[in-house]
Design a protein around this ligand. Structure first.
Ligand code: ZN
Length: 248
């Protein structure tokens, strides 16, 4: 079974469509999404609809939760984007509004399968905790995280792809030629972000899991089109477009 693991779409339809096309060009049977379907970007409705059609497993992200309930701890532009997203979803004239709302509301926070755990943030705090690459110097944090991982954890949330090992190393996809083979040591795999990459590479990012082989993929997409849409919506800060161009 060959699976695609995607995360952090953030209402970026152009990036999402490009990634789905890239997935379709391979022999992939299932797609898992680690959350943050919405927030930041201009196409929440379209992204949720496409997600419902395309994926086997979809988790709740912190932006999805904030859209459902109340945003807490977000910066001003993220918060404005969340309120705008909620307005779109609440539009009573929109066909399927209730179903879309129910879909978001029923998303699980984590998924466990054999040696794997799938989360948005971290294995011990699936929704909200960030695991950044310099956390490898925080021994206590790393030990606690690895203590709750069966063997392998797939996660997103930071929008920065890479592999954390049990012996406190971090590899960017570049460091490992975009490939990693799962073995005896426990690892956390961050699959990066489809809709708002932050590793200074503007291309959409995701990972493919083929038995024990992980391959990181980068996909070009027409981000100028997404930026134009963001610029045209007053409730979405222009900066949210600019950062797509910079990949940060
Ligand atoms: Zn996110």
């Amino acid at each position: 079974m060959k699976r695609a693991i995607i995360s952090d779409i953030h209402s970026n339809l152009e990036a999402f469509e490009a990634v789905l096309a890239d997935i379709a060009s391979q022999d992939i049977t299932e797609i898992y999404c680690l959350g943050d379907l919405v927030g930041y970007g201009p196409n929440p409705i379209e992204c949720i609809d496409l997600m419902r059609k395309s994926v086997k497993v979809c988790l709740l992200g912190n932006h999805d939760q904030a859209t459902l309930f109340d945003p807490e701890g977000f910066n001003h532009s993220a918060e404005r984007a969340i309120f705008w997203t909620r307005e779109q979803l609440e539009n009573p004239n929109l066909l399927g509004a209730n179903e879309r709302w129910d879909f978001l509301n029923e998303l699980p926070r984590l998924c466990r399968e054999d040696d794997f755990i799938f989360v948005h943030g971290s294995p011990r705090n699936p929704l909200n905790e960030y695991v950044f690459h310099d956390d490898i110097y925080n021994e206590r944090k790393m030990e606690r995280l690895f203590a709750v991982i069966p063997k392998y954890s797939f996660q997103g949330h930071t929008h920065v792809p890479g592999i954390f090992t049990e012996d406190h190393e971090f590899f960017t996809p570049e460091d490992i030629d975009e490939r990693y083979i799962l073995g005896d040591r426990k690892v956390m795999i961050n699959v990066g972000s489809v809709g708002q990459p932050r590793d200074r590479d503007p291309r959409a990012c995701y990972a493919v899991l083929d038995k024990t082989l992980i391959v990181f993929r980068r996909v070009e997409y027409p981000f100028e089109k997404t930026i134009e849409k963001i610029t045209a919506i007053p409730d979405l800060d222009n900066y949210l477009g600019q950062r797509l161009r910079d990949g940060k």
